[in-house]
Design a protein around this ligand. Structure first.
Ligand code: SF4
Ligand code: SF4
Length: 222
């Protein structure tokens, strides 16, 4: 991951019209069934990022802007909305450097805003939640696990959703790549941000960490 190739990817995306993503999204027949699967921890479908990182489905990466929007709408404090992303860490001598934030999880290991079977912050939910189950890979759209994917005839609702998701997906991907660049700049040359060298912290980890989120550097206790 280097700044020049990230900038090239951003440039390509900026010149990609979001409508070109619609057919692929429509083809999946996706229309969210609001089952809450992606808001909760599910052990059967963990995603392996590299040899050291088995990322559970409830590790939902969010941007500082998402956190501020939720704080504004809910009146929650920062640490009631977000926790350091313990699945994206670099161990640097005595320090644990954490790359970014994930949505805060409840004692039941669900997103803390998933209550009684609904998203309680739906209108201000993070950008990533607006895109799920779609992500942009290097070679186009990738589809994560979802309970509501089926081959169906495209009807008006599917089309309407696909248009919204295509716009959110483009926005999310550009924001994500810009944020990688800022994090690389924050961390500086002393550390190469290499996905293969990143690690998860053990579930029972307790101690201080330093979070780099592209905007500020925060010291937190886990
Ligand atoms: S798993 Fe799919 S259908 Fe269920 S809430 Fe998530 S996006 Fe919607
Ligand atoms: S913010 Fe809402 S949509 Fe996103 S994971 Fe939490 S409950 Fe689900």
């Amino acid at each position: 991951m280097d700044i020049i190739s990230l900038r090239k990817r951003i440039d390509r995306l900026v010149h990609t019209h979001s409508s070109s993503l619609i057919p692929e999204i429509e083809k999946s027949g996706f229309s969210c069934a609001c089952c809450g699967w992606c808001c909760c921890r599910n052990f059967d479908y963990d995603v392996r990022i590299n040899e050291n990182i088995l990322r559970p489905s409830n590790a939902i990466s969010i941007f500082p802007g998402d956190i501020r929007r939720i704080i504004k709408m809910t009146g929650c404090k920062w640490d009631e909305v977000a926790e350091p992303d313990m699945y994206s860490c670099v161990l640097e001598e005595e320090d644990v450097l954490v790359i970014g934030w994930i949505l805060k999880r409840s004692n039941e290991e669900n997103c803390v805003f998933y209550r009684n079977g609904v998203c309680t912050i739906y209108s201000c939910r993070p950008l990533i939640c607006r895109c799920y189950p779609f992500f942009m890979g290097e070679n186009g759209i990738e589809i994560m696990y979802c309970n509501s994917l089926k081959e169906i005839t495209v009807h008006e609702k599917v089309h309407e959703n696909s248009v919204k998701i295509s716009k959110a997906l483009k926005r999310y991907e550009i924001k994500k790549l810009q944020s990688y660049i800022r994090i690389i700049e924050q961390i500086g040359d002393k550390l190469k941000l290499n996905i293969d060298s990143m690690k998860s912290l053990p579930d029972d980890f307790s101690g201080n960490v330093i979070v780099f989120d592209g905007e500020k550097i925060s010291k937190c206790k886990l």
